[in-house]
Write a protein that binds this ligand. Structure first.
Ligand code: HPA
Length: 285
């Protein structure tokens, strides 16, 4: 067994699962949720919650980004047993790509069948402005790495994983129905993932528009690839925190990201709760 497999494969995942099961022995989450910038308050609404800081989970790196506290939170949200990642790991923090596998596979191994991802993103479409939310229909991986490189962990999935329907069509349809019913405007589009931590140059944004991207961000895609590899259904939503570089007359900043993430998060919060409630029976199986 190579070092890479040892560090991020089956046994390390099972060690995390064991720590969690000891803290919350009989709880089986069915839906995993990754809470992006501004969505932390959703975790406050989880009932009967058990919170486990990332530093208690062997091998899980703690996030170094303000606004991304690191803990796994288990409990019931709108009647659905969930496990939330409050805070995520970004590749720009210098963490090896394979480290992304651990929490996603832990979520799967705990019993979840679905993963809902949220993030903050810049918009490449000028009509989709800061504070709006958008469903991800597909992605472009511009991070030039993939967490699955290295020996394949057969326990989780096959070597070559398909990326068509990565963002589950039927779940997207359900989210759109719920959004319409509850009067939450929901855009949709293709998300391009960059490595960061710098924001893009205006020339890069012009190039990404030609490639077919509608949103740009520094997360989500590695997690989605790992999730699909281990068979989790995926749905992902971006909170738009800014128009992308060069589209407005001001420089981008993380402060603005956090400010608008909070505004968008209110809509996303409402949408996710309504979605879980509406499909409670189906999602809890
Ligand atoms: N670019 C990359 N990541 C982001 C952006 C952006 O404009 N906004 C929020 N996250």
């Amino acid at each position: 067994m190579t070092n890479l497999t040892k560090q991020s494969g089956y046994s390390e995942t099972m060690q995390c699962v064991e720590v969690i099961r000891k803290k919350d022995p009989n709880f089986i989450p069915k839906v995993g949720i990754i809470l992006g910038s501004g969505l932390g308050p959703l975790a406050d609404e989880i009932e009967n919650k058990v919170a486990i800081p990332y530093n208690e989970l062997p091998g899980v790196p703690s996030s170094t980004v303000p606004g991304h506290e690191g803990s796994l939170i288990l409990g019931n949200l709108s009647g659905v047993p969930v496990v939330c990642m409050k805070g995520r790991i970004h590749l720009y923090e210098g963490v090896a790509a394979h480290k992304i596998k651990l929490l996603i596979r832990t979520i799967k191994q705990l019993g979840a069948h679905t993963l809902i991802l949220t993030n903050a993103a810049g918009s490449l479409r000028k009509e989709v402005i800061a504070g709006e939310i958008a469903l991800i229909t597909d992605h472009i991986n511009f991070q030039h790495t993939v967490p699955l490189i290295g020996p394949n962990d057969e326990e989780f999935g096959e070597r070559f994983v398909a990326m068509d329907n990565a963002y589950d069509k039927s779940l997207r349809q359900k989210l759109k129905l719920v959004a319409e019913k509850h009067g939450v405007p929901l855009h949709e589009g293709v998300y391009i993932a960059v490595l960061g931590p710098n924001f893009e140059s205006p020339a890069e944004i012009r190039a990404f528009k030609v490639l077919g991207a509608d949103m740009v961000g520094m997360s989500t895609v590695p997690e989605v690839i790992v999730a699909r590899h281990c068979g989790l259904k995926v749905v992902a939503i971006s909170t738009i925190t800014n128009l992308a570089a060069g589209m407005e007359d001001k420089s981008l900043s993380h402060d603005d990201t956090l400010l608008y993430a909070k505004i968008g998060a209110k809509k996303l919060h409402k949408l996710l709760k309504a979605f879980l409630e509406e499909y409670q029976d189906e999602l809890s199986q």
